[in-house]
Design a binder for this molecule. Structure first.
Ligand SMILES: *Cc1c(COP(=O)(O)O)cnc(C)c1O
Length: 491
């Protein structure tokens, strides 16, 4: 399988050539030349595979430059019960709908089943672990093979940074330098990151806000000499390896929701609802659907930062200014533009790189917006691609968290609440709706207390982490000081 750029760059690359890279040389995003097709016979064969074996089957369709035995070993080592808490790795939990096992019908009988798919039982309790844990093992493998080192520099306001650190800790050939705005993450998130004592993990608390951290990372990446000398890389959500790792749990969710013994056995299609920010998670759903997985609808949920909901409703994509980006109680969805969105638009435009350049290369930088409402392609969004969208607010989150707790005894986090709220608007009779649970409530305790008047349960392994010794360096929002720090650790 070869990869091309959404902006039309003519080079074609193999998987491991793009693994350690961010954007393509022309500023586009990498996509496979075509989506491998999975028919019903293959689906039947894959049903019942353990998660790591399913991951191998799917990844091997996209990776032709790692020997199969090695790739299989990487998948097996990544997706373990020890790391992800259950043998199923991404277990489904039925919230409502007919009960099948007992023959009796549960409350809400006759309703279509609504499930939560747990993607947040990994080391940092958010779905980013699903892909990042694989990335850590792929990086270690590829760097060893090349005899190279990599210094990952990133900026985080929470979930991404901790997922990256827990994926890369102790990995040979990799150092992580993670900047975060000093004192602005929740105490739990700070404890998660700063308590890591691994020698290759470096926390840098910047005296500033998240934008300062991002600006520093950008400035360092634009210093090509420094970048080359110190082998600076990133692990942000545009990385294709992260995206393809996420495709696996759409298949795993589908198999469980259509399992005759436990799920809604008679259903032949499933819909997914996805709390969305940078469009990485739901883009993996799009890829799964393009491969032939029977997905009826891909329901995109935003919070008050509704740049994507606006596009899917109106065809207008309008990037927000920082000042118009709201700080919400589902902070991992607080985005001003969606960095993976270009991948979907490329497919929507029948992979016309010229047209894509006009939109993302020209119109966005000139006007900060583009409008596809008059384009024939826009008609295809619902019909051919299955996308539909909705928005959820702070009040919706509180109400959904409360309702889910009272009716089902299940505590959900704020992002998952956005997904569930929007999912309910689009449930179709007989089509199971799987809502992706993207984080556990303990990460966003303040809003849980606001909704339920009680603290969320804390998994045992996180008891008392706020009291652990912290390993963090405080630096001013100054690019040169950050560069000097990186250089000193590499010396
Ligand atoms: C990152 C994140 C999201 C948004 O995912 P995207 O891939 O950026 O759309 C949603 N919920 C949580 C908890 C996250 O950490």
């Amino acid at each position: 399988m070869l990869y091309l750029s959404t902006r039309g760059h003519t080079d074609r690359r193999h998987f491991c050539e793009i693994l350690l890279e961010g954007l393509a040389p022309d500023g586009g995003l990498y996509l496979p030349e075509r989506y491998p097709q999975v028919d019903s016979i293959t689906l039947a064969k894959w049903r019942g595979l353990p998660y790591h074996a399913l991951a191998f089957e799917i990844l091997s369709l996209y990776i032709d430059d790692i020997p199969p035995a090695d790739l299989r070993a990487i998948c097996r080592k990544t997706y373990t019960e020890e790391v992800f808490g259950t043998p199923a790795i991404v277990p489904l939990k039925k919230l409502e709908g007919p009960s099948t096992s007992s023959g009796r019908t549960a409350a809400g009988s006759g309703q279509t089943a609504v499930y939560l798919e747990a993607l947040s039982n990994g080391p940092t309790l958010a779905f980013k672990d699903m892909a990042m844990q694989l990335l850590g093992n792929l990086f270690e493998y590829e760097l060893a093979r090349r005899g190279e080192e990599l210094n990952i520099l990133g900026a985080t306001s929470g979930d991404t940074g901790s997922a990256a650190e827990y994926a890369m800790r102790g990995k040979k050939g990799v150092r992580v330098f993670m900047t975060s705005p000093r004192g602005r993450m929740s105490p739990f998130q700070q404890a998660q990151m700063f308590s890591l004592q691994d020698a290759n993990i470096h926390n840098i608390a910047i005296e500033g806000v998240f934008d300062d951290c991002q600006d520093i990372v950008k400035a360092v990446s634009n210093d090509l000499a420094f970048k080359r000398e110190y082998r600076i890389g990133t692990v942000n959500s545009i990385n294709w390896a992260r995206l393809v790792a996420q495709v696996v749990y759409y298949f795993a969710g589908y198999f469980q929701a259509t399992d005759p013994s436990t799920g809604s056995g008679q259903a032949d299609k499933v819909s997914f609802a996805v709390p969305s920010g940078n469009f990485g998670n739901i883009c993996a759903g799009h890829v799964a659907r393009m491969m032939g997985l029977p997905i009826a609808q891909l329901v995109l949920a935003t919070n008050e930062n509704d740049v994507l909901d606006e596009f899917f409703r109106t065809g207008v994509y309008r990037v927000r200014a920082s000042a118009d980006t709201h700080e919400t109680s589902s902070p991992s969805m607080d985005i001003s533009k969606a960095s993976n969105f270009e991948r979907f638009v490329f497919d929507l435009l029948e992979r016309d790189a010229g047209k894509l350049n006009q939109l993302f290369g020209e119109a966005l930088s000139r006007d900060g917006r583009f409008d596809l409402s008059g384009d024939a392609a826009f008609e295809n969004i619902r019909t051919r691609y299955g996308f539909i969208s909705g928005k959820s607010t702070h009040g919706d989150r509180l109400a959904t968290i409360r309702d889910t707790w009272e009716r089902f005894g299940t505590m959900i986090d704020t992002h998952t609440a956005d997904g569930l709220k929007v999912a309910r608007q689009f449930v179709q009779p007989g089509v199971p709706m799987v809502v992706l649970e993207t984080a556990l409530p303990i990460k966003f305790a303040a809003t849980i207390v606001e909704a339920l008047g009680r603290e969320p349960d804390r998994p045992a392994k996180f008891a008392g982490i706020e009291a652990l010794p912290k390993r963090v360096t405080v630096l001013p929002a100054d690019v040169e000081r950050v560069k000097a720090f990186v250089a000193a650790q590499c010396g």
